[in-house]
Design a protein around this ligand. Structure first.
Ligand code: PLP
Length: 394
């Protein structure tokens, strides 16, 4: 009987989700009275803006918004997304066939794998990268082929290293810029070369744009769909989580090639029932104010980044200069693994970070700091590094 209570092999063989492991350690330390400084998971500390909360307050009271929502999202939401994609990214989309709502982009990415990967298909997965791409490939019976993202290549994949046999079998290429965990961005020319390669090899591009709005230079804000040829093969996943500090609300959207959107929709129709319509309408209204709101958000992250860079440089750290996201990808001290260094920061300083290896084997040698903490916590980090850890090279 005990055997039958075990989950299926596809669940049993999954590596433990990294953030869950860190959570367990954090809980144990908090129980001993240690006050933790949480630079771990990328969950913004700032509140959801009032203009969204007020819109939600109005919309959730309307009986019509309390019913099962449309699977692909309500028309007002999809029209608002079409207008948003045009204004912010210069991409014109048909709201009816090229846009759909998601219960967060994570859900969309996972269901996309399930909808498009057959047994034995290969997916090209960036490493380090968001763990969902590789794990859901395995879930779906596919085989991830890792594309190392190396600092010497500005954390872009080197497609010339993909063997012909793998390129032939590849069904999906996952990309994510601005990139979690490195903070790198992809410039148009590099992305265009990837689009051309994918078209030549008939590979779908899944472009994870969860941080598309979080670039320190507005020039770096980019949708892959704006590039010639991309719409033949690409689907792009966006999220409200990071731009409007709405991680708990669960809303995102997918845009791109019609066949890819309709395949994903067909899968989702059978597993969920859409995004709460009041949330969609609150977001649709919120998008009208995105420009000034984001300018302030990005200014806050820029200030925090500068502060963190000073503090960490002082303590002997080195790091990659991020051009987007709210992460700082820092190098471990010599002869220490990511796991050892993460643990030392946690146990000696109560400082929570994420080990680079949580994002794949090419994350070894790095630790990620999330800039999702207020200035006071950043000052406290300075004092703990000085008093409890000292210079990291000592
Ligand atoms: N993609 C990347 C690269 C992420 O870092 C995250 C969340 O951390 C997501 C997607 C998922 O975001 P959400 O499901 O909240 O939209």
């Amino acid at each position: 009987m005990a055997n039958k209570l075990k989950p299926a092999r596809r669940v049993e063989t999954l590596p433990p989700y990294i953030f869950k492991e860190i959570d367990d350690r954090k809980r144990a330390l908090t129980a001993t009275g240690t006050k933790l400084l949480n630079f771990g998971i990328g969950d913004p500390d700032l509140p959801t803006p009032d203009f969204i909360i007020n819109a939600m307050d109005r919309e959730m009271r309307k009986t019509t918004n309390q019913k099962y929502p449309a699977y692909d999202g309500c028309i007002s939401f999809r029209k608002a997304i079409a207008a948003y994609m045009k204004t912010r990214f210069g991409v014109s989309l048909d709201f009816d066939s090229e846009i759909m709502a998601l219960i967060g982009s994570k859900e969309g990415l996972a269901h996309f794998s399930w909808a498009f990967i057959d047994e034995g298909d290969v997916t090209l997965v960036p490493d380090p990268g968001y763990p969902v791409y590789g794990n859901t490939t395995c879930f779906s019976g596919g085989e991830p082929f890792l594309m190392p993202l190396l600092e010497k290549n500005n954390f872009l994949p080197d497609l010339s290293k993909i063997p012909d046999g793998i390129a032939k079998r590849a069904k999906i290429l996952f990309l994510n810029y601005p990139n979690n965990p490195t903070g790198a961005i992809a410039e148009k020319e590099s992305l265009q070369a990837i689009v051309d390669w994918a078209r030549k090899h008939e590979v779908i591009i899944v472009y994870d744009a969860a941080y598309a709005e979080l670039t320190f230079d507005a020039e770096d804000r980019l949708s892959i769909l704006a590039l010639p040829g991309a719409r033949d093969i690409a689907i792009e996943f966006h999220s409200f989580s990071k731009i409007f500090n709405m991680t708990g609300w669960r809303i995102g959207f997918a845009v791109g090639n019609k066949s890819l959107i309709s395949g994903l929709l067909k899968m989702k129709t059978n597993v969920d029932s859409g995004v709460f319509e009041a949330v969609q309408l609150a977001c649709a209204q919120g998008l009208e104010q995105i420009g000034p709101f984001l300018e302030k958000q990005i200014a806050t992250y820029r200030d925090r980044l500068n502060e963190m860079k000073n503090i960490l440089t002082h303590a002997g750290f080195s790091f990659y200069q991020p051009r987007g996201t709210f992460y700082l990808w820092t190098k471990c001290p010599p002869k220490m693994t990511s796991a050892e260094w993460t643990l030392k920061l946690l146990e000696k300083g109560g400082i929570v970070t994420t080990p680079g290896t949580g994002f794949g084997k090419y994350g070894e040698g790095y630790v990620r700091f999330a800039l999702t903490q207020p200035q006071e916590t950043i000052y406290e980090l300075e004092s703990r590094l000085k008093n409890q850890l000292g210079n990291i090279h000592d």
